[in-house]
Design a binder for this molecule. Structure first.
Ligand SMILES: Cc1cc2nc3c(=O)[nH]c(=O)nc-3n(C[C@H](O)[C@H](O)[C@H](O)COP(=O)(O)O)c2cc1C
Length: 414
């Protein structure tokens, strides 16, 4: 019987353990987590979601305060179109986050960055171009384009000296999304180095509608593999979403996948950026505690624990400090929802907004507990301690469990 370690992912001259830890914003997939994957010979991701916040927390910059200071007068204003990011700040924050991570890298694996197109930042093209360029400048091994179709993203960096040497990949949830990506980016004469196929059981935002339950990862992977074979395109495919055991991963590798991308099992490791208290919530969760809802202002369904404090909150929009989801016209669905509730409840100090959440604020505070569908199985991956809490794991334990386990088994910590 085979295990994951019997396979290798070839990316250029690299031969990797075929385990990729997926990007988890905002700093849930920390540098420390990504670096462990690289040390163990696989691929880890950092994320550039709210990178100025990450930089302030980790590298003692003051980007968020400075932005708020600049736009303070706009806070009571419903129109956020004037609230722009300073491209120099994005560049500096990305450079700090990436270069400090890459300096600490050990081992034969790679560290990539997850870049979500839906972080439109009130100037989608300019800010995305700066994020991608700064990450390449700072020496990232690769970029995974996420949360969006990225129809123009290769074009934004085609003149960069590292455009052909850095590893570039795209996350899709359907053959159609991949076809569109390849067609629209085709004029750059560069194929993606890998394609992550994210199915309906993943954490974070889903590339499906509320009918997500009707889709199945293995079916989508098979469909994409068949089409690539007809087109004579050899691009490693990396399934993601609900791959919970080494045996689940091995099954995909035996069917021709290049690697697997996994995330949920790493949410309960020391290296994961979630607060300890929240990690315990993930351990405790039962199947009934998990839902896919429409409260993300991005318009994508998102999976999370029903007990997330960011659900039904009435937070005043914080776009002057953050503003990552402001579209090209300075709009965000949460601002509209918030203003509607304020207008409907005149004189009330606190409103409740049920249909949307202020995702910037609550992801920053770890108050939206996004998670994969199999979060309710995390309790089976560890031991319960005398005080009733669950024993935290290390990233190496989880990584090596994926790498070596067989027979659907999960090795419990010693
Ligand atoms: C807590 C959490 C946060 C996530 N955040 C992101 C993100 O910021 N960008 C992204 O592309 N995917 C995100 N994902 C999806 C993962 O990168 C990954 O593809 C997926 O969750 C894999 O499925 P699994 O969690 O069942 O292993 C997130 C997943 C989790 C669990």
């Amino acid at each position: 019987m085979k295990c994951v370690d019997d396979f290798r992912l070839k990316l250029g001259q690299h031969e990797l353990v075929p385990i990729m830890i997926g990007g988890m914003g905002v700093d849930i997939s920390t540098s420390a987590l990504a670096l462990e994957a690289a040390r163990l010979g696989g691929v880890g991701h950092i994320s550039d979601a709210m990178v100025t916040t990450i930089s302030d927390r980790r590298y003692e910059t003051r980007f968020v305060k400075d932005k708020l200071k600049q736009y303070k007068a706009n806070v009571p204003n419903a129109d956020k179109s004037a609230v722009k990011f300073d491209l120099g700040h994005i560049e500096e924050a990305t450079r700090l986050h990436v270069s400090r991570t890459m300096e600490a890298k050990r081992g034969s694996g790679l560290v990539f960055i997850n870049c979500m197109e839906k972080l439109t930042m009130n100037a989608p093209r300019e800010t995305l171009k700066m994020r991608l360029t700064a990450a390449l400048d700072a020496g990232i091994d690769g970029i995974t384009l996420a949360a969006g179709l990225h129809l123009g993203s290769f074009g934004l960096i085609e003149d960069h000296p590292r455009f052909r040497d850095a590893k570039l990949g795209i996350i899709v949830s359907s053959l159609r999304a991949l076809q569109l990506f390849l067609r629209k980016n085709g004029r750059t004469n560069r194929l993606p180095d890998y394609v992550v196929i994210e199915g309906p059981l993943a954490g974070g935002h889903l590339g499906f509608g509320m009918d997500w339950a009707q889709y199945d990862l293995a079916t989508i992977v098979a469909e994409i593999r068949a089409w690539l074979a007809v087109e004579k395109l050899a691009i490693p495919l990396i399934p993601a979403g609900g791959i919970f055991t080494g045996s689940d991963a091995t099954a995909f590798l035996e069917h021709g996948a290049g690697a697997v991308q996994v995330a949920t099992r790493f949410t309960v490791t020391d290296e994961c950026g979630l607060p300890e208290k929240v990690k315990q919530e993930y351990f405790k969760a039962s199947e009934d505690d998990i839902e896919v809802n429409g409260i993300s202002p991005t318009g994508y369904p998102m999976r999370m624990l029903k007990g997330s404090p960011g659900i039904n909150a009435g937070t005043h929009p914080n776009c002057e400090s953050f503003g990552y989801l402001l579209d090209a016209n300075g709009k965000c669905a949460y601002i509209d929802a918030y203003n509607r509730e304020v207008a409907a409840h005149p004189g009330e100090k606190k409103v409740v907004v049920r249909d949307k959440t202020c995702l910037c604020t609550h992801m920053r505070q770890f108050d939206i507990w996004t998670c994969g569908q199999y979060t309710y199985r995390l309790k089976d991956t560890t031991l319960k301690t005398a005080d009733g809490s669950y024993q935290m794991l290390t990233a190496a334990q989880v990584f090596q469990d994926y790498q070596f386990s067989k027979d659907g088994k999960i090795a419990l910590p010693a």
